[in-house]
Ligand binder design. Structure first.
Ligand SMILES: C[S@@+](CC[C@H](N)C(=O)[O-])C[C@H]1O[C@@H](n2cnc3c(N)ncnc32)[C@H](O)[C@@H]1O
Length: 228
């Protein structure tokens, strides 16, 4: 089964698949005790003027809508038709403006200049993660922030998820390597956390790579100069 079909079915079967708590769009970090990444991002953006945000693998759009309600200009990229339509509807209902792109993240093109890129739960569905991370790093303004959460290989992929191709990353794998020169606000490996989001599967656990990192304002010393 393709990942798009999997999430079309999941999102069509219930009104809210992810983020079922009432205060999902709250900008108060205390309202997100289960998501350290969300807390760190909200504390980071609190001191910034509204900028441009990209939410890749946006699902039902919760992270995108939360940022739009803070005045940010937000692009949401989602491969599932059902998900993309829900992002549009939920944004409308919340009074938020989000530009929804129903496409594969690898095919998404943009002039870039993002101040925040959220990549929450996408990368374990992407084989070419080095390629995707390099693209979104290029699309990011100096000093811009990336929030990344992906399954790690520490826990084997549970049977309920083996119906689609998945590509968890080693803890010291492509993701950690791609951000080695970025300034970390948060970087940890969460192991065997019970998954509570799926009402439609056997109880299971995942391990994660979690990171919030800032793009260096200057190219790193190891970076090569472009040819003249
Ligand atoms: C685990 S869900 C996370 C949803 C959302 N980020 C959240 O945290 O609520 C992963 C999402 O990535 C989407 N996705 C998977 N592969 C994708 C791809 N290649 N391009 C765009 N979206 C993709 C899925 O359809 C799904 O909605």
């Amino acid at each position: 089964m393709e990942v798009r079909e999997f999430f079309d079915a999941a999102y069509g079967a219930t009104e809210r698949y992810w983020w079922r708590k009432q205060r999902r769009y709250s900008a108060d970090p205390a309202d997100h005790p289960a998501s350290l990444i969300t807390q760190v991002v909200l504390r980071h953006v609190r001191g910034l003027p509204p900028g441009r945000a990209l939410d890749l693998g946006s699902g039902e759009g919760t992270d995108a809508i939360r940022m739009a309600l803070l005045g940010w200009e937000v692009d949401a990229v989602e491969i599932s038709d059902v998900g993309a339509k829900k992002i549009e509807r939920f944004a409308y209902e919340a009074g938020a403006r989000v530009t929804v792109h129903r496409t594969d993240a690898l095919a998404f093109d943009s002039a870039g200049g993002y101040d925040l890129v959220v990549c929450n739960g996408l990368l374990h569905y992407v084989a070419a993660k080095e390629q995707l991370i390099a693209r979104i790093q290029e699309m990011t303004a100096p000093g811009g922030c990336h929030a990344v959460s992906s399954w790690s290989t520490f826990t084997p992929v549970p049977p309920g998820h083996q119906v689609v191709p998945t590509f968890p990353d080693d803890e010291d794998g492509a993701i950690t390597h791609a951000y080695r020169d970025w300034d970390k606000l948060l970087h940890y490996y969460e192991r065997n956390r019970l998954e509570v989001a799926h009402q439609d599967m056997e109880t299971h656990a995942h391990s994660h790579i979690k990171m919030v990192a800032l793009k260096p304002a200057q190219p790193s010393r190891g970076a090569r100069r472009p040819a003249t």
